[in-house]
Design a protein around this ligand. Sequence first.
Ligand SMILES: *Cc1c(COP(=O)(O)O)cnc(C)c1O
Length: 377
Amino acid sequence: MKKIQMVDLKGQYEGIKEQVNTSFQQVIENAAFINGPEVQQFQKELEEYLDVKNVIPCANGTDALQIAMMGLGLKPGDEVITADFTFAATVEVIALLQLTPVLVDVEADSFNIDPEAIKKAITPKTKAIVPVHLFGQAANMDVIMEIAEEHHLFVIEDNAQAIGGNYHSKNGKTYKTGTLGHIGATSFFPSKNLGCYGDGGAIFTNDDDLAHTMRGIVNHGMYERYHHDVVGVNSRLDSLQAAVLRAKLPKLDFYNKTRRKSADTYSKAFQGEEGVITPLRMGDADTHVYHQYTLKIQNGKRDALAKHLQEQGIPFGIYYPIPLHKQKAYADSRYNEADFPITNQLVQEVLSLPMHTELEDEQIDFISKTIIEFLKG
Ligand SMILES: *Cc1c(COP(=O)(O)O)cnc(C)c1O
């Protein structure tokens, strides 16, 4: 059996080696390292793949979220509602822009922001909602968009973990995640489902005016060379990263299918096992792209299992061990523990298993058997 890795980027590279090497060579020959043709071509190809009018490449997923909030013209004091159970990037940019983060609880089965909790948190100062499609599962966008419409709020989808996933709206249409809200933000961090070989990110929107505004913001607020109309940032995707992404994008559906197959193999192995809850798919198979395969380990055994896996040389991740509302940087006297029962429980139960495009059935079998035996013992 091959050594088990949490993510296997080297193995994945083998399948795109020639294309990546050739394009790298070309980028170097052309010396158009910033905003070269590779970046523009990738932008077009991603627009087509997502069926969205505008993709704006940028330097990373955190910037993508920040630029989205700047593009919407959110002002200090505006409240932005997001999930308590997610990576800190989302709440970080809200705070950096001096907006007021309002963290709310998530749903126990989907791990995603709870629409009922959103409704409860809305005040006259609320301006935006940032649902995160956590672990690759789309949040309940139909309901979130309804809430947003009713209260005239913007929706920024944090799609960093769900690129390539589908959402079947009750209007009968199927959308790519990240294209339902006013803006979608994503990350091309190497371990994401569509990852480059460094940092990268992108913003999506069907709103042409908003796209124009954000294209200026990513480039120092310039709409005409050396005319700075708004305060911007410097956030670019470089040509080498775009070359990697162009090699991988045509394979993204295959990559996600492979992840789904591994997830199904895991779930089958754990079926009927006491004390293990496998991740629930909230709809058709194509609505989950398994950025992570995350179990809930019940009966207080998660930490002991984690220790056992470590001893057995099986990699795992605990995403996320601390609710955001309990983080020093984001603590706020407005928060009430009673409002976060699900997140407070999830942080004690979640355990993510190796998940990548090169995972083999033999490895899944070994991992699941090790877990089942430990929990029985
Ligand atoms: C990875 C990630 C980000 C940040 O992306 P970077 O490219 O690392 O800045 C934001 N939100 C979520 C949910 C993520 O998983």
